[in-house]
Design a binder for this molecule. Structure first.
Ligand code: XMP
Length: 530
């Protein structure tokens, strides 16, 4: 395994992604863990290397983060990236100075001398294209180090002490703007650290199944199945491990996409033969939402009702009966980025843009133990796992769908009539995205977009159909491309696709006579409209 110490960079998770892509297991922990913690983490003999991430901070600032000293005494390789390289330099006796100019963006570095990390990666002139983002820089090498690369403004852009296997790079190998970055990280973890590339899904399933069986024993588990990727894959994995000891609860809040409930039940009850309790709570939800048009209030009501319905079902299942002894575990589809965000990263003062719908806090309220079998996995690993468990790829590679569902896609007050119109229009949009292929990319437009959906606007506009005047509702189509959902660009969908979708919606969905396309990026707009 590889340990990644997080100094608070936005892209630490990408380092972990790249290491996992090299099929090497890694964990991210905050940089302020103690030396004792590091020694005990390494005590099983499986720790093969350590990576220090970048940071926003300057090694100068008064209160700066240092790497735990023990990492330099374990006799295993260490790679410092950006701030990680600077703190390494400073802690080992080198010097760091604040640069006159910040270097930000693409850069060509000149490689020097032989070393195991960067050797042979340069072009004919020994240059390598990288992504830089720093103000401070290392100006004096610590004893035992040699320089590996330079740029005109940063004479020590990478360094190494090959004897001790300590490496530092000022650039960011983890981002895709450093084209050979994945190769550099792979070299570090596989060749320099000697970590075995044994992180593969098929083995993971067997291991995870054993772990779940050991944790659960002969007790029973309940799981809130939303139809989203994470809860579906968690359900499939737990079902593989303990079969009938798992019961899935699927709550229909009346704000699901077309045929969503049917699809989830067909899959889990029909194909996997899992126990599933489907609760149709749509009247209850829509009742509480009547007359409410404020987006935050709508989100809160949906979140609260969801917890209420789920709690009632969980209490019933906890009580047992009908051949059941009663559940003692609550399973959740928590994935690794959720774990890092809630535990590792330092608390940031963030404003609430939107209250996110989740069921956090439920296990304590219900007095249930938690089972979170996906805690170590990234989203794309979860998807890979889902396919390996036999879930259909169309389900596993679906666009994300927010917890409050169509509730945040019907602007203002929610009415059943609006939800029904929106479901039909949205289904047409998604169907056509799946039908339209981009031959050059070899993919459909559904796969070329990260998220696409239809928004219901509760305003009426005048139209003409045949000889008659119409006065009906408007929908907006939204399609975005993004890698992290923090920022997003609106997708440049082909006109032919937009044309087909528009004409189908207006012809097939009685009640809508106008279709618009949303050309706003995030920021300043958000992906959802509410
Ligand atoms: P925004 O609209 O904030 O959305 O740009 C970013 C991503 O988050 C999804 N989203 C949610 N997901 N519960 C969720 O599980 C929510 O309450 C929620 N609100 C927004 C949104 O669909 C997009 O993928």
């Amino acid at each position: 395994k590889i340990l990644i110490l997080d100094f608070g960079s936005q892209v630490t998770q990408l380092i972990a992604r790249r290491v996992r892509e090299a099929h090497v297991y890694c964990e991210v922990h905050p940089c302020d863990v103690s030396s004792d913690w590091v020694r005990s983490f390494a005590a099983d003999g499986l720790l093969k290397g350590i990576i220090l991430s970048g940071s926003h901070a300057s090694v100068y600032a008064d209160e700066t983060d240092r790497a735990p000293e023990a990492i330099f005494d374990l006799g295993i390789p260490v790679l410092g990236i950006c701030y990680g390289m600077q703190t390494m330099a400073q802690q080992l006796g080198g010097k760091v100075e604040s640069g006159q100019q910040r270097e930000f963006g693409h850069a060509q570095i000149q490689l020097h001398g032989d070393n195991h990390l960067l050797q042979g990666l340069g072009d004919a002139n020994g240059q390598l294209q990288v992504w830089m983002s720093h103000g401070d820089k290392v100006t004096e090498l610590p004893a035992g180090f040699k320089r590996m690369a330079s740029t005109p403004s940063c004479p020590i852009a990478a360094f190494a002490d090959e004897q001790r296997r300590f490496y530092g790079v000022q650039f960011h190998p983890e981002v895709t703007h450093t084209p050979l970055g994945h190769q550099i990280l792979q070299r570090f973890v596989r060749d320099i650290c000697g970590a075995t590339p044994d992180w593969v899904m098929a083995d993971y399933i067997a291991e995870a199944v054993e772990k779940i069986r050991a944790q659960v024993g002969d007790e029973e588990v309940i799981l809130g199945l939303s139809g989203g990727v994470d809860s579906s894959v968690a359900a499939a994995l737990i079902h593989r491990a303990i079969g009938d000891q798992l019961t899935c609860v699927f709550v229909d809040h009346g704000l699901l996409r077309k045929d969503e409930g049917k699809m989830v039940i067909d899959m889990f009850a029909g194909k996997l033969h899992a126990n599933i309790v489907a609760v149709d709570a749509s009247e209850q939800f829509l009742g509480h939402l009547q007359g409410v048009s404020d987006p935050e209030q709508k989100r809160k009501i949906i979140g609260r009702e969801f917890v209420e319905v789920f709690k009632a079902e969980a209490a019933r299942l906890k009580a047992g009966g009908q051949g059941h002894q009663g559940a003692t575990f609550l399973a959740q589809g928590t994935i690794y980025p959720d774990v890092i965000e809630s535990g590792g990263a330092k608390s940031k003062k963030a404003v609430t843009i939107k209250s996110h719908h989740n069921v956090g806090g439920l296990p304590e309220q219900l007095g249930l133990k938690l089972l979170e079998p996906l805690r170590e996995l990234f989203k794309d690993e979860v998807r890979e796992l889902g396919v390996a468990l036999g879930l259909p790829p169309e389900m596993v590679y679906r666009h994300p769908f927010p917890g409050p569902g169509l509730g945040v896609r019907i602007l203002g007050e929610i009415k059943k009539e609006y939800a029904d119109l929106l479901r039909e229009a949205d289904a047409i949009f998604i169907e056509e995205l799946r039908n339209f292929r981009d031959e050059a990319a070899g993919k459909t437009w559904y796969d070329l977009t990260s998220q696409a959906f239809t928004v219901f606007l509760p305003v009426k506009s005048v139209g003409v159909m045949g000889d008659g005047r119409t006065y009906e509702y408007v929908v907006a189509l939204r399609a975005v491309q993004t890698s992290d959902f923090m920022t997003a660009d609106w997708a440049e969908l082909p006109y032919a696709l937009l044309k087909k979708v528009s004409s189908r919606i207006i012809n097939e969905v009685r009640g809508i006579n106008r279709v618009t396309y949303d050309v706003s990026s995030k920021p300043p707009a958000t992906i959802e409209w509410e």
